[in-house]
Design a protein around this ligand. Structure first.
Ligand SMILES: C[S@@+](CC[C@H](N)C(=O)[O-])C[C@H]1O[C@@H](n2cnc3c(N)ncnc32)[C@H](O)[C@@H]1O
Length: 256
């Protein structure tokens, strides 16, 4: 074991993170491919340089894939977790990352820092903020997008009706990697990696734990996007796993 966070070590931990995420995000690989397709269609090759934000990027495996699939685009990963961002920076030295809380008071400044984004992606993130904070965040993103820009929300979104909820739950994917870490096991394992000691100590100092999920339904999540002024709807779904896309057509009203 080494106490230096090398590129190789970071890649090992990011790959282990991705296998862990596969347990939780049903059909994650397919969903991720569709995110790339949506962005490729929203940002035609050869169009003027575009900014894409990956909100709640974790250690950046999706960020890196987007950058690979959208050459010439500036893809930036943003996450509140300084440890995951540090891991991403070493794993993907060519990518840009920012440590920021996107539901904080300075969310508008964070999402506009690199100019008006052509696309903003949030994958497995928007189930965290309470409803009011989610509405504020989506409103901020809708206003920050350039006209014609797209907002993509990828997550588990159970429908409101209990019967439909049961149906989509029954369609849940089997984990493609049953022996992968659970969320808790991945985080526990990081504690036995000497190269992480300083970074995890910083994380412990900086980061308050999540307080739970907002439990919003599929219908609620679509409404949040539309109420923010985006023209939004589902573009892909397999069981509980859904991709919503919202286009910014024109001016977006401020929702309080
Ligand atoms: C389940 S992980 C998903 C990571 C990645 N987007 C993916 O699809 O694999 C959720 C991520 O969202 C980040 N996150 C949650 N709330 C956030 C917030 N308010 N601001 C920024 N990042 C946040 C967490 O730190 C974590 O990295």
């Amino acid at each position: 074991m080494t106490d230096v966070l090398t590129h190789r070590l970071a890649r090992y931990w990011v790959a282990r993170w991705a296998r862990c995420q596969d347990r939780y995000a049903d059909y994650r690989v397919e969903r991720t491919e569709v995110i790339c397709d949506i962005l490729a269609s929203a940002i035609p090759a050869g169009s003027e340089p575009a900014v894409v934000l990956d909100l709640g990027c974790g250690p950046g495996d999706l960020t890196a894939l987007l950058a690979e699939r959208l050459p010439g685009t500036r893809v930036i990963g943003v996450d509140r977790d300084p440890f995951l961002v540090a891991l991403g920076r070493v794993a993907y030295p060519g990518l840009e990352f920012q440590v920021a809380d996107v539901v904080g008071a300075d969310a508008a400044e964070v999402v506009s820092r690199w100019g008006a984004p052509a696309a903003i992606v949030a994958s497995a993130v928007l189930h965290y903020p309470p409803a009011a904070q989610l509405r504020a965040l989506v409103g901020v993103c809708a206003r920050a997008l350039r006209p014609g820009g797209v907002f993509v929300d990828a997550d588990h979104m159970p429908p409101r009706h209990p019967g439909l909820r049961d149906i989509v739950t029954a369609l849940a994917a089997e984990s493609p990697n049953p022996s992968s870490d659970t969320w808790e096991a991945w985080w526990r394992a990081t504690r036995s990696e000497p190269a992480f000691n300083r970074l995890l100590a910083e994380r412990d100092r900086m980061l308050a734990p999540h307080t739970g999920d907002n439990d919003l339904s599929l219908e609620d999540r679509i409404a949040v996007l539309n109420e923010s002024g985006l023209s939004a709807g589902p573009v892909w779904q397999r069981g509980r796993s859904v991709l919503l896309a919202g286009i910014r057509d024109g001016a977006c009203a401020r929702i309080e």
